[in-house]
Design a protein around this ligand. Structure first.
Ligand code: KG4
Ligand code: ZN
Length: 346
């Protein structure tokens, strides 16, 4: 059994957790959403400063909640890529300092590998191989999970991430930041067939479409055009609920179709969904219905594990540490690193 103190500061949550293999002993998340809301999105400089203010308090809280001492901790982990460089620096520097002071190994973690490990925290028997649909504010990928550190990216977005599309459309509809939860709420009272939006498809040079890659920028532009047209042609209030429901249905359909096709083509019978957009009620509904139809097991971790947290980072780090994977104290943060290159960190 391996126990790790893990830090996550890649974007707008300052998070610290203490994890023993797949057991979470404490998990503290200080969200910065209210701070960034006034700007309509995450401001990197503001995020870094806020991480600096909150990090020590979060570490103290995580230690108190877990009721364990440093003697019982085997390693210190932090997300080192991908993410906002200044924000990542705060978590990584703090973890390296703790690692030096307490003489424990340092484990750098890939943020997306953390999202994959969120599944293990909520299903104790869950194990590879499986397909992971990762849908957050910054990422949209289909990842074939083969083993710890062994991943194949089978699909990704060619432009906006799914959550980014929700946030941009939320802004167009004046629903505030983040747009995803607000669109989900409005969609419940709207008609998903009110407007027909294009389901983004990626053309291949040899003809046909890429089966597992996503595109959401055309859909966002279609919503923008519709909003401009409706505002020009009528003085009535915008049919926000109908637009939200139609947009949400299109995103969920695109994600579901490609995820199911990918799982079937690759013979993967289990699918895990992670990232903030995994909270979306329409996506959950469509994936569950299709999963039953095609006899595929679909697992949605609880929301607190889907959105950014340090427990998932600790779970990934504990697995790496148990296999002897540790990082050099000269390791640096990177804004972009493919999930297929995770083993570069060790
Ligand atoms: O994983 P996450 O917390 O942070 C990132 O790593 O990006 O995801 C945040 C994203 C935001 O874009 C937010 O709008 C979206 O998740 N989101 C949702 C819902 N709840 C959060 N999108 C659609 N429906 C929701 N219910
Ligand atoms: Zn994330």
């Amino acid at each position: 059994m391996v126990t790790v103190l893990a830090i996550e500061t890649s974007c707008d949550e300052t998070a610290v957790a203490i994890v023993n293999d797949r057991n979470v002993w404490s998990s503290v998340v200080a969200s910065q959403i209210p701070l960034h809301r006034i700007y309509g999105g995450v401001v990197p400089e503001v995020a870094s400063r806020e991480h600096l203010i909150k990090i020590n308090l979060c570490i103290e809280q995580a230690l108190v909640q877990s009721q364990i001492s440093w003697q019982k901790i085997d390693g210190v982990a932090a997300t080192v890529a991908p993410g906002l460089v200044g924000a990542l620096m705060v978590g990584m520097t703090t973890a390296k300092t703790l690692s030096l002071v307490h003489q424990k190994p340092f484990i750098g973690v890939h943020h997306l590998e953390g999202h994959i490990y969120a599944t293990y925290l909520s299903e104790s028997t869950w194990k590879p191989p499986f397909l992971c649909l990762l849908v957050s504010g910054g990422h949209t990928s289909l990842i074939q999970v083969q083993d710890c550190g062994v991943y194949k990216q089978l699909g990704t977005t060619r432009d906006d991430a799914a959550g980014e599309a929700f946030d941009k459309v939320g802004r167009l509809l004046n629903l505030g930041y983040p747009g995803g939860p607000a669109i989900d709420r409005f969609a419940k009272i709207g008609n998903p067939k009110a407007f027909l939006f294009p389901e983004g498809r990626i053309s291949l040079p040899e003809g046909g479409y890429h089966p597992y890659d996503f595109s959401f920028s055309g859909l966002k532009t279609a919503v923008l055009r519709l909003v401009n047209k409706l505002e020009k042609e009528s003085n009535n209030p915008l049919p926000v609920a109908d637009i939200a429901a139609s947009f949400q249905e299109t995103v969920a359909r695109s994600l579901t179709k490609k995820t199911i096709a990918c799982a079937l083509d690759y013979g993967l019978h289990s699918i895990a969904v992670g990232g903030g957009v995994a909270a979306n009620s329409e996506l959950r509904k469509q994936l569950e219905v299709s999963g039953v139809k095609h006899n595929l097991k679909i697992h949605f971790p609880p929301l607190r594990l889907c959105t950014d947290n340090a427990a998932m980072i600790g779970c990934a780090a504990a697995d790496h540490l148990s296999r002897g994977h540790t990082s050099s104290l000269t390791l640096n943060v990177t804004s972009q690193l493919s999930i297929t290159e995770v083993m570069q960190l060790y």
